[in-house]
Design a protein around this ligand. Sequence first.
Ligand code: AMP
Length: 499
Amino acid sequence: MVWNNNGPMPVPVPVPVPVQILFRYVEGLDQGKAMYLLFIKPEIKTPGGLMARPVLTSYYKSSNFLNRPYNRFNIYTSPDETILCPDGKQSMYCQLLCGLTQRHEVLRVGAVFASAFLRAIKFLEANWEEMCSNIRTGQVSGWITDPPCRGVVSSMLAGPNPGLADSIDKECGGGKSWEGIIKRLWPRTKYIEVIVTGSMAQYIPTLEFYSGGIPLISVMYGSSECYFGINLQPLSKPSDVSYTLLPNMAYFEFLPLENNRGEIAAGEALCNGDHKVKVATEAVDLGDVKLGHYYELVVTTFSGLYRYRVGDILMVTGFYNSAPQFRFVQRQNVVLSIDTDKTSEEDLLNAVTKAKEHLEQLGLLLTEYTSYPDTSSIPGHYVLYWELIAKGSKSSDSPELDKGIMEECCSTVEESLDSVYRRCRRKDKSIGALEIRVVREGTFDALMDYCVLQGSSVNQYKTPRCIKSDAALKILNSRVMGSFYSQCVPSWEPFKIET
Ligand code: AMP
């Protein structure tokens, strides 16, 4: 989603900075800097001739961001010139290089979404030697050609620094595992600020692998349409995070979710597979939502959206004074369907989370996944693309795959999907055996590069949980290292009522 900054829509409201809340919970944050990796995307013209750009690009280019007061909340390692560099690769390189040169001053690191932060770690893994050499010689690489970026990074390097280069080399090199690399490179880091709720939850194990035990903090919940809310208990575990909606950001309304019997969905109903629910037609106001109930979020914004259905499902978890707090449940959608089955993003995440437990015994970590309903043969079947890394070895090593265990992963996914899927598989035989295709390391980076080329913003990029385009599918299929099929038909109880 993009903002039109040329027409009648106003520039976005200033993004509230939840850092003040963090300063209340984490001591000493004013004793150093934040390494936040932030990116812009170039403006595009819509077919109607309007200028359009992603919301965060608007924000980083706005006077609200550029003229922010230089105070203890706002001291970043990335100079604005590196954030505003239109070339994503140069921007990433320069921001990480600046972060490395100031490694002993960094107290917090982050990006908007967990996926962007992990992409930065991968980039660092591929480029740290060149960065070290820049630090050693005091000369930034020749391919950094964006003049403002080159200028600011050159002055930051301020001459050769072999001692710093050696210390980085010691942490990154020598064929050592990258486990805990964040803590090793930025030893004073107190937390990693990235969104790890919703579909980003699947990155938590990988982040934990790289983080070295540093807390993961999700502070804000927002969208291109509107900023929604903040997390007032930033140190809570990712699974316990709730957001308090800020009533001055928009007019919020809530469509209650009902189950098939017309009852309001409450408690753990959605999580227990009772999520094929209808949305009630009457919306309630922010002040009228009820504890434990599920709602679809509707916003009326200052920029002119009227009763816009965001598509997010939220559950009320409590109240801060009388302001309701919400857990992000899922984006209401269906990612996979072959027959009458409808698998949502959350169904898929839960099934993959169960199945990937089998990888533990192989010392493997699932770093990314997506899916595709393959209907090229009859019956069609679900295909999952998995990218794996071997824990404790250099990430460039290809993981060793065990056919039996990978087949167990396929069966566990099937067993964890809902009863309609399992009926289609077992009784109707309208869905074929689920397949997992393991792809080479870097495949999901290539997918992201492709999506970014198509217009996605790096900041706001989320791995599509279902692949729709032939070109994206080609990227995945050309990097398959191994393909495995479920060898068992999942169980199904005929008398259980399907919702
Ligand atoms: P976009 O406007 O493309 O950046 O996407 C906004 C959407 O991202 C929201 O409607 C949510 O579905 C998702 N999102 C944003 N913030 C969070 C969060 N803190 N937790 C979970 N999902 C989020």
